[in-house]
Design a protein around this ligand. Structure first.
Ligand code: NAD
Length: 474
């Protein structure tokens, strides 16, 4: 596979390269081009050069090309799924059945949404208001490793549909599928320079991209710490930002709920080895049913099969990287040192070795401690109990994050009351991870800035303009 940059419709190497390792066995998968200032400048120049023609391309033609990209993703689903699994360690089963179909859908959805966009013409005392959704220019998209192609295309598709040109900076721990996507866009006939990929370490190639004065939009998914750096680099140019960040989401289980459903939803939080921004990692359970819930949860969690993510029967693969693995273990050790008890797991999986961390549940964590307030981004859940609805809401809202919240209850009235009070971009009631691309997606508090999805994506990626015309003389 070619792992050079993709700039202006060509492969562009860098003098320096970095090793990309598989989390499955640590093997070297590729020596990837390591971009910096020069490659960033080249890519923005290519994207800026391609912008005027792409912005003038009709909506129908843009939509046709996005559908052609989607066709290409569908043709190469198995290859993309296997490459992604080898590169980031997430389950092949999920990539085949859920993730890659969603990647293809991202392109189809935003292509179709574009064609229905903007019927906002209205009349003011005989004056015609015409609202247009103008392309903004070069969009820099920076993405994380936990769902590389899915999260990248969730940004690429609306950015291209809106008529912008794109420079994608994929995460250095999972750079491969972005490179394959470049081939797919070329095969689909996307004009040169409309889509560009710059590889490299975030700290090196990120700032010259996000601080570039010709960049008109920055969409970032990743950590709060990186978001602060990006916001600072965007500030001199006042470049508009969309930030999709971390979380510490709660799962509230009320005594009136179906406890089997609650236990099923709680065990789902180990998906992707816990490396999911939306994961409801704080289990908040009403005291009177806590023991019963725990029993049902442990029965399910202890049946999870941990192992090679390429095996279709595996439920839990490895963590992405030794650094992330060490970070997770550090959180667990400090929580236990402060008095928390692991009632499940609690450390590395010694039988499997490598980067496999046991699915873990901690009880008795100290109120206000880091394990209850900071994002771990691994297969580590905590369980706390509450006495009543008031306390449940207070506990749910007690972190700086506000990405999502899940509640399980048998009472529609309680569901309405509680969901209205939860600070979160998304609330799920008696379900989890049900996503519709028409709906807004984003986070409250430190979990993000702005919303994407449906019209919200176009609102971000476009310069929305109102043209007011006086009546023409007859
Ligand atoms: P990260 O912030 O370390 O890196 C994300 C991306 O930013 C990478 O491509 C990285 O190379 C780049 N980057 C790093 N420094 C940069 C800089 N100075 N300038 C520009 N780019 C730079 O995050 P991560 O560890 O890759 O991902 C995990 C985080 O992402 C978690 O916090 C998780 O919750 C969050 N996340 C959020 C969502 C969401 O939709 N809200 C989805 C997935 C992941």
């Amino acid at each position: 596979m070619n792992v050079d940059h993709w700039i202006g419709g060509e492969r562009v190497p860098s003098a320096e390269r970095f090793e990309d390792h598989s989390p499955i066995d640590g093997s070297v998968l590729a020596h990837v081009a390591r971009g910096g200032q020069d490659e960033a400048a080249l890519a923005v120049r290519a994207a800026a050069g391609a912008f005027p023609a792409w912005a003038r391309t009709s909506r129908d033609e843009r939509a046709r090309l996005l559908h052609a990209i989607s066709d290409g993703v569908e043709r190469r689903t198995e290859e993309l799924a296997m490459v992604e699994t080898t590169d980031n360690g997430a389950l092949l089963r999920s990539h085949l059945r859920g993730v890659m179909p969603r990647v293809a859908h991202n392109f189809r959805f935003f292509a179709d949404w574009l064609l229905g966009l903007g019927r906002d013409d209205f009349d003011t005392r005989g004056h015609a208001n015409h609202v247009s959704w103008d392309p903004a220019g070069v969009a820099v998209l920076v993405t994380p490793w936990n769902a590389p192609l899915m999260l990248a295309t969730w940004k690429i598709a609306p950015a291209l549909a809106a008529g912008n040109t794109v420079v994608l900076k994929p995460a250095e721990w999972s750079p491969l599928t972005a490179s394959l996507l470049a081939d797919i866009t070329a095969e689909a006939g996307l004009p040169d320079g409309v889509f560009n990929v710059v590889q490299g370490y975030g700290a090196e190639v990120g700032p010259p991209l996000t601080g570039h004065p010709e960049v008109r939009r920055i969409s970032f998914t990743g950590s709060v710490a990186t978001a602060r750096t990006i916001a600072a680099s965007a500030a001199p140019n006042l470049t508009p930002l969309s930030l999709e960040l971390g979380g510490k989401s709660p799962l509230l289980v009320f005594a009136d709920s179906d406890l089997d459903l609650a236990a099923d939803l709680a065990v789902e939080q180990y998906d992707n080895a816990g490396q999911v921004c939306l994961a409801a990692v704080r289990l908040l359970v009403e005291e009177s049913v806590a023991a019963d819930f725990l029993e049902r949860f442990l029965a399910r969690a202890s049946a999870l099969r941990q192992g090679d993510p390429r095996d279709l029967d595996t439920d839990l693969g490895p963590q992405i990287h030794p650094r992330q693995f060490g970070k997770i273990d550090g959180f667990v050790r400090r929580a236990v040192a402060e008095g928390a008890s692991p009632v499940l797991g609690g450390g590395p999986n010694r039988d499997l070795g490598g980067l496999y961390y046991q699915p873990t549940l901690l009880t008795g964590a100290k109120p206000g401690s880091e394990i209850l307030t900071e994002e771990v981004f691994g297969p580590v859940l905590t369980l706390q109990t509450f006495a009543d609805e008031e306390e449940a809401v207070a506990m749910a809202n007690s972190t700086d994050y506000g990405l999502a919240a899940t509640l399980v209850t048998g009472s529609p009235a309680r569901a309405r009351r509680v969901s209205a009070r939860l600070v979160a971009g998304t609330v799920w009631v008696n379900c989890f991870f049900v996503r519709d691309l028409r709906a807004p997606f984003g986070g409250a508090r430190r979990s993000g800035v702005g919303r994407e999805g449906g019209d919200w994506s176009f609102d971000f990626y476009c310069d929305v303009k109102n043209t007011v015309s006086a009546p023409w003389a007859r």
